[in-house]
Write a protein that binds this ligand. Structure first.
Ligand code: CTP
Ligand code: CA
Length: 226
């Protein structure tokens, strides 16, 4: 058990954060995944911890170290992520932040043996994965929920659509088509949207962005509770 610090805007708060990519197995040696490094989620976890929260980080496979004082629970698939995040929220959660780049689809089955190549092309049959963020935000005991949206165009329209459709308290959008920002980079620029407003943050380091976002989320959370 990791207990939060006694000071800071998130003192006494329990925070669950998802981060990293998921991997969806095709056969024992192959999977479908994406370019997520986990850096933004890990930076959010470190910033939440520094703001006094008790933090559980539900993380897909990444190559970065756990922030000091943060409990990491490793997952592989989107289905694992839904299950582990659900359990972590059941344990008590004031704030849920979804930064994970969850695979939207998985192979309908995982082959028992390594698939051998043939001279023909091949196709994979994919099925939809569950949406962890929408599931948590839709609970009757939903915590304050924050989503992230990486877009390559129409950033504002898609972000606002996700804010409403998933019933979120806030969504943090970034344009991944911007050169040198976003996926795998140490820098990013984002716009946070909530039902009555917005704030553009950066370009800056992911660590600085995370600190500002956690301060902003803290203001909203404490307003809601107060
Ligand atoms: N998310 C999630 N579980 C999924 C898909 C997405 O928890 N199966 C979360 C992400 O962690 C992120 C938010 O939902 O916080 C938005 O993810 P995004 O991929 O941008 O949205 P989708 O609803 O999957 O829409 P699309 O990929 O079509 O843009
Ligand atoms: Ca998606």
């Amino acid at each position: 058990l990791i207990v939060g610090a006694s000071r800071g805007p998130l003192a006494g708060r329990r925070v669950v954060i998802t981060a990293g990519p998921t991997r969806e197995p095709i056969d024992p040696v192959r999977y479908i995944s994406n370019h997520s490094s986990g850096k933004m989620g890990y930076a959010m976890a470190a910033a939440a911890r520094a703001a006094g929260a008790e933090v559980v980080l539900v993380s897909g496979p990444v190559a970065i170290a756990a922030p000091v004082g943060v409990e990491v629970r490793g997952v592989v698939t989107a289905q694992d992520m839904l299950e582990e995040a659900g359990k972590a929220v059941d344990e008590g959660c004031d704030l849920f932040i979804a930064t994970a780049a969850v695979a939207d689809y998985r192979p309908d089955s995982c082959a028992a043996d390594k698939i051998k190549k043939s001279d023909e092309g091949m196709s994979l049959s994919l099925v939809r994965n569950p949406d962890t963020l929408a599931t948590i935000a839709g609970r009757s005991d939903a915590p304050f929920t924050v989503g992230f949206a990486a877009e390559t165009r129409d950033v504002e329209r898609y972000a606002l659509d996700k804010l409403t459709r998933k019933k979120l308290n806030m969504i943090v959008a970034n344009d991944v088509s911007a050169p040198g920002l976003g996926f795998n980079s140490d820098n990013n620029a984002v716009i946070a949207f909530w039902p009555q407003g917005r704030e553009a943050i950066g370009p800056d380091t992911k660590s600085a962005l995370a600190q500002r976002l956690i301060a902003l989320i803290g203001e909203h959370l404490n307003q809601k509770a107060g």
